[in-house]
Design a protein. Structure first.
Length: 287
């Protein structure tokens, strides 16, 4: 793609201390959750970040939009270094970068109504009047396919797919340019996943959104992504166009992930299982 990238992440690291001793006061070691990761996302593009659980992909997403403070590295948004923004400057930047969380059951405050949940970003950023915010909330709920008349109901009254639509509406409230989708369909029934993925695609087309789409399901990532970055043990081991990564993977770890994707053919599954064992052995990992 041409032009300046919307988001550039350079040398990102996030290390968590492992504490021991009385009251866990001593740092004995460090968990390198993200270890020197670099990538970029262009305007209107979806970068799929894929890997097994514990590979560091969600931590990478949180650090990229400053929900977690990185141990090292630099983050540029529209060419501006946002790594050390604080206070009002950081708050203004957050209007441009939002997130849709993995668990629609845990990410919505059960004590708030649907209307209050979606309106909260507008209030935090002092956008509009009380009347205009109410109108915006109803419009946002309508955009994501949720009944606007439910604004006074509570999250526990809805299914997982409906809750995720509420979360997406909340992310859209401040008109962001980049949204981190942290495994947005992994907690949903398969029958609902396609609806949410199609919604995200429609919103990207209609609003020119860019996505960092995090998932462990390669089939989902391929459906959503223009490019794919594969993570293993805190590092990106392969990056490329989605079709190329699928048809001609270069890294053994990527090949192992692809071999684990289920197919509706017992013979092909047995062959994939054999290849997966061989690749696991080659990677010196337990099967």
């Amino acid at each position: 793609m041409s032009g300046q990238p919307l988001l550039v992440v350079e040398g990102l690291k996030k290390h968590f201390p492992v504490r021991r001793g009385f009251l866990f006061e001593r740092t004995r070691d460090w968990v390198r959750a993200v270890d020197d990761v670099s990538f970029e996302i262009h305007e209107g593009e979806t970068l799929g970040l894929v890997g097994e659980s514990g590979s560091g992909k969600s931590t990478t997403g949180y650090c990229a939009i400053r929900l977690l403070e990185a141990t090292a590295g630099r983050i540029f948004f529209e060419g501006k270094d946002i790594t050390r923004l604080r206070g009002e400057s950081l708050r203004r930047m957050r209007r441009e970068m939002q997130i849709v969380f993995q668990d629609p059951y845990a990410s919505l405050n059960p004590r708030m109504t649907v209307g209050d949940i979606v309106a909260e970003p507008l209030i935090v950023h002092s956008i509009g009047t009380r009347k205009s915010r109410a109108a915006t909330v109803r419009e946002l709920l309508n955009i994501v396919g949720f009944d606007p008349s439910y604004v006074n109901r509570y999250p526990h009254e809805f299914s997982g797919g409906q809750r995720q639509r509420i979360g997406i509406a909340r992310a859209l409230a401040v008109n962001p340019r980049l949204i981190v989708c942290d495994e947005p369909v992994s907690a949903l029934d398969v029958s609902i996943q396609a609806q949410i993925l199609n919604l995200l695609k429609d919103l990207q087309r209609d609003f020119g959104l860019s996505y960092l789409f995090i998932a462990h399901d390669l089939a989902v990532v391929r459906t959503m992504s223009d490019r794919i970055a594969v993570m293993n043990k805190g590092k990106i081991v392969e990056t490329g166009p989605a079709a190329e990564v699928y048809t001609d993977p270069k890294d053994d770890y990527t090949k192992a992930l692809l071999a684990a994707v289920p197919v509706p053919d017992p013979r092909r599954m047995r062959e994939r299982k054999r290849k997966r064992h061989e690749l696991r052995h080659a990677l010196a990992e337990p099967v």
